[in-house]
Design a protein around this ligand. Sequence first.
Ligand code: PMP
Length: 461
Amino acid sequence: MSIIDENRRLEDIDREFIWHPFTQMKEWLEEKPIIISEGRDCFIKDIYGQWYLDGVSSLWVNIFGHRKKEIDDAIKEQLDKISHSTLLGLSNVPAIKLAEKIIQVVNSSIIHHPSSLNKVFYSDNGSTSVEVALKMAFQYWKHKGNNEKNVFVSLKNAYHGDTIGAVSVGGIDIFHEAFGPLLFKTYKAPSPYCYRCDLGKEYPDCKTACLDRLEEIFREHSDEIAGFIIEPLIQAAGGMITSPPGYLAGARELCSKYGILMIADEVATGFGRTGKMFACEHEHVVPDIICLSKGITGGYMPLAVTLATDEIYNAFLGEFKDLKTFFHGHSYTGNPLACAAAIACLDLFEKEQVLKHLDKKIEILETWLKEVLHLKHVGDVRNAGMMAGVELVKNKKTKELYDREEKTGWRVAYHARNNGVFIRPLGNIIVIMPPLSISEQNLRQLLRVIKDSIIEITERS
Ligand code: PMP
């Protein structure tokens, strides 16, 4: 079979058998799928040999580029020992070493006082790390003898994953509304979305009124609130919505004041994306529980951790008969290959001083964002470090949205794709989140193609 025939066969089989996530399959079936066969540094290659700049880090996971030798080697080395054994009733070497390392990294980054986030609970992906956090927080209060605290507070525009618990604390109508009848009760606080403020106010005159609203919810319902979950600094999937300075620290204070556990979902923001190892660091916030995934393995393997304080962990200690055990765990919990990749990834952070080299790239990105803000159909630009969003609008003065059917964000992404850059928008928000290792030259190329694509789609066609 010729290569062309084999490629066509792969396309047909994909269309026939794969149900792609977050994808309208009717549209997918009408298009020619891009099938990736290889990757190198910040580029991915399709089966026809076309290379694309990976502008979204393979869905926000890749940190050091593809085929990073140190991570490749760590996985190969682990393969020669064992690929998987369970953490239920056993332990394994990479899971232990990673736990030590991750606690050390978290402690040296966000914790400035001893005895805090010292317990690591493994799972496989961001959504499960959130499920674990919610169940832990809920059960913690039961073990403390408080049976009233059964409700979570989350934010409008929040995204914490796709499992039902994570969807319950989500706040993106187009993704989450359909599942309403299945979801547990939550209180939703306004999104700290200054460009489209729910409270109709303007920053900084508002004096962060969204925090006052959060406090009202806490004050009225603290007896029943188990925890508050937040994506620190930036609501990523909600549209790269950056919260105003002080919001995160203010939310932390309120959680402490009203006896509410703070869960920081750093699945997207963790591991350097915001310019610091963890987003919580920017406002010196120490959460009670932190969820980490995506970049933890450098974008190689599915792995997540939920870190909890000693206080939470200790509440689960008891006699076997007390049933204080945390009854949660997955088949691949603490998978040795994934843990080996994560150890290599954390070593690379040290070895390559990744965070130190980010400043210049963030500067390039921010300069570019200021430039594109002048474009006719760019309403707002936002970033937290290397996570950025460009909000396209039909009318800049009125902030009128494009009709969904126009698929403006997607058309920009397709245009970029035809010019060698892979990006995936969130509605009409263009997302820019390349691997942290991207060279300045490739970053400039990425930004140039995206800007040209925005102009071409919003001004010329
Ligand atoms: N939390 C946040 C903040 C996320 O951005 C995501 C994924 N985009 C998740 C949780 C869910 O992660 P996963 O897709 O690995 O389940």
